[in-house]
Design a protein around this ligand. Structure first.
Ligand SMILES: Nc1nc2c(ncn2[C@@H]2O[C@H](COP(=O)(O)OP(=O)(O)OP(=O)(O)O)[C@@H](O)[C@H]2O)c(=O)[nH]1
Ligand SMILES: [Mg+2]
Length: 394
């Protein structure tokens, strides 16, 4: 049955073992702790490299910062000390703009100590054209400190432009292969194994390795941080939307359990017991994650040239765009009552937890069903908005 497949078996085992011991409150504490860690999980990303390679530009691109909050970019050396830039929606996600390396007296270890290397989850080193000694020194020091790094060869579009002029028989693929091999060889000469090399241009996000870099970081981050990083990504491709949907879908059973466990009495007129505040909060989170809140739509309108009202016109679900409150949630829950008793009976006989929840599990079935429906509707609306925003403004 579909609802059972949603559940992560290992976590269910841990939680149901509490239940089997008659300890519902420990099960609930365990779920609460999970969300608490998730909400507070810090992610500190260091962006470093030689002066002028495009560190600040990279941060602005990844964070999609507005001009007011953006890292300063320019043709003269602009960044002198580590400066944090927080994600506009997820303040725990910080990109640190580190001072440029490679000054004549550069010493990698000293540099890393000065910038407090320990607080970063990983390093992004940005380079252009020739490989410099300082890059190798920095990589070695990062590896000595057991940290991960990703090497980004930036401003690739510029390279393509000049190579096109220079070469008689220009082929983009050939040039990219040459640059990649050159980077890899430079690392291997210095015995640096398996370096992660990405060729990209911050002004051409749909091209080159931009998406691959995002995907690689996401895959390699540990559990909680991976989730936080994924949520912080801009909704700029179908694959980001799909990954977000799946990650949020996997959490629904925990949210529904919390909501049902928190309620003591059935809601009048609804006949089930669940905490509506938790549900409203979760649904607002979905709106934010998918960029369907007013602020995100206005920002998207600014960058795409498509008016906010045009973007809103492709949003089909009235709940997705409307104001979310308890009354609306009650209406949405009551729509899904068909067959819910049967599913609740099935869950009750297979997973002891559900029998112990308020109103014997039926509340759980209805709330999780409602959340799932809303999540999928939001994801589909986000996809339509994405397509609309990529159209040429009329
Ligand atoms: N075409 C192109 N230009 C870029 C790219 N990244 C940066 N630039 C340009 O390169 C110049 C320097 O970029 P910054 O982001 O200021 O470089 P930085 O590494 O932060 O410089 P410092 O803070 O001085 O060390 C700016 O004029 C940027 O617009 C890129 O991917 N493509
Ligand atoms: Mg800078």
């Amino acid at each position: 049955m579909a609802l059972r497949e949603e559940i992560d078996e290992a976590e269910v085992r841990e939680i149901t073992s509490y239940i089997q011991d008659g300890d519902l409150s420990s099960a609930i504490e365990r779920i609460k702790k999970y969300f608490e860690i998730l909400e507070n999980a810090p992610l500190n990303i260091a962006v470093t490299g030689e002066s002028g390679t495009g560190k600040s530009t990279f941060i602005n691109t990844f964070l999609d910062l507005s001009e007011k909050d953006a890292a300063k970019t320019g043709v003269v050396e602009t960044t002198m000390k580590p400066t944090p830039y927080s994600h506009p929606k997820y303040n725990n996600v910080k990109y640190w703009d580190l001072p440029g390396v490679g000054t004549p007296n550069f010493k990698a270890e000293e540099y890393l100590q000065k910038v407090h290397f320990d607080k970063y989850d990983f390093f992004i080193i940005i380079g252009t054209d020739r490989f410099k000694e300082s890059t190798i020194q920095l990589v070695e020091a990062i590896q000595d400190m057991n940290k991960k790094f990703y090497y980004v060869r930036s401003k690739i579009e510029q390279v393509m432009y000049s190579e096109q002029k220079r070469r008689k028989s220009f082929q983009e693929e050939t040039v990219l292969k040459e640059i990649r091999e050159d980077c890899l060889q430079n690392f291997s000469k210095e015995n640096i194994d398996n370096p992660r090399v990405f060729l990209l241009d911050c002004f051409e996000k749909s091209k080159y390795d931009y998406k691959l870099l995002q995907e690689t970081i996401e895959k390699e981050l540990p559990g909680y941080k991976r989730f936080v990083f994924l949520m912080s990504l801009k909704n700029s491709s179908l694959s980001v939307l799909q990954k977000k949907t799946e990650a949020l879908r996997q959490q629904i059973w925990k949210k529904a359990t919390l909501s049902c466990a928190a309620a003591a009495l059935p809601i009048p007129g609804l006949g089930i017991a669940c905490d509506l505040t938790i549900l409203v909060k979760t649904m607002k989170e979905y709106q934010t994650v998918f960029g369907l809140d007013e602020g995100s739509l206005n920002k998207l309108s600014h960058f795409s040239g498509i008016s906010t009202s045009e973007l809103k016109s492709v949003i089909k679900s009235p709940q997705v765009i409307g104001e979310l409150n308890k009354e609306i949630v009650i209406k949405m829950i009551s729509k899904g009552t068909m067959g819910a008793v049967m599913v609740a009976e099935h869950l009750k006989s297979n997973i002891p937890l559900f029998g112990s929840l308020a109103a014997g599990g039926i509340s759980y079935v209805l709330t999780s069903r409602m959340l799932r429906g809303f999540l999928f509707e939001s994801a589909e609306d986000a996809q339509r908005v994405l397509i609309k925003a990529s159209e040429d403004p009329v």
